[in-house]
Design a protein around this ligand. Sequence first.
Ligand code: PLP
Length: 435
Amino acid sequence: MADKKTAPDGPHEFGFETRAIHAGARPDAETGARVTPIHQNTSYVFESAEHAADLFNLQTFGFIYSRLTNPTVSVLEERLANLEGGRAAVCAASGHAAQFLTMFTLLEPGDSFIASKNLYGGSITQFGHSFKKLGWTCHFVDPTPEEFQRALAAHPGAKCIFLEALANPGGLVVDLEPVAEIAHAAGIPLIVDNTLATPYLLRPFDWGADIVVHSTTKFLSGHANSMGGAVIESGKFDWAASGKFPGMCTPDPAYHGLTFHETFGDFGFTMKARAVALRDFGPSMAPMNAFLTITGTETLALRMDRHVQNAQAVAEFLEGHPAVSWVSYAGLKSSPWHALAKKYLPKGAGAVFTFGLKGGYQAGIKCVETVDLFSHLANVGDTRSLIIHPASTTHRQLTEEQQIAAGAGPDVVRLSVGLETADDLIRDLDKALAG
Ligand code: PLP
């Protein structure tokens, strides 16, 4: 999908790269500072008692206290909403905090939702265990349109579908368009975790998603130096027509009976996520982390192009290596998700994927211990190339059967391919895989 449509005599729409550098930011009005300043500041002076009252009643926009809004964080929020093609965004302390804010805004105690089985392991734990304590039940399914349809028939009260379009860690791609149609036919929103693709490779709103969440900790900040998360709404979901979201459509006693959908229309969800969930639970993004993430977004397009190029080269090398039994990268023609990747990720299938070693568990251990350039650690989306053997680390508490079901069997190694010279990465892996 073209990011830039320019007709010589028609309206001009800025391209992705331009927006990644400029959206949401302007020179500082007081000082002229060109780079967005770090507003390392908790609170903001009211102009008058009336101004203070209006701010607290949500009758005017402005800054009160940095748990709710902060000028540096606001720039990032506007930029991410712009890059995703959404209406509004709220940032959070981490990706998990963003997921919590989203679900707290949508769900009531006793509610359920449907999620893909192929999620980052931490999300499976958050949804399956911690959310249970809040009275929310998650039904996990294989992320195909048929399975989502079946799950909705079995759980007609479910309040949303949640998935990773490009999934961590197996590099699986979900057929977003029909899943969005299935969610909408049931009157519920589709929520997409777009962390691994980023809006440069995939814009879920273009395919019918209603809410996008991010761990900005990964490719958006891009340099493994700041935690963060974001929730972005498309502005297109009709909460009133759905009839399933009393929290959005009935008067809120904490705001003198204000109704979020009626008052704020196409950014009512973001307003509620901020004015209730973020206010009352407090997982706000730190201004310094927003500053680092803003800097990261400025080079997102350049970095993602190189991440994808390097990942493709490394995946092709591994596919031809005698010690490797399989490679799960949607950019490879052999991948069952290659056709979906061509549709949804025409610029490339990201840079995080898994492969299997014929030598099993011991070969996996040897591989992570022998590499030099790849760093052995639990993260993805760094400029540096990263490697992990899930069975001996992130998934070691599970039985072998559970590990295999989670795509983390004893033979599996996960890579997050960085921005180094591709040939150096290939040499490093070749050495680690040698007999
Ligand atoms: N979503 C995905 C796809 C992730 O990979 C991660 C973390 O690895 C998260 C969410 C959670 O994000 P955070 O670690 O910023 O809380």
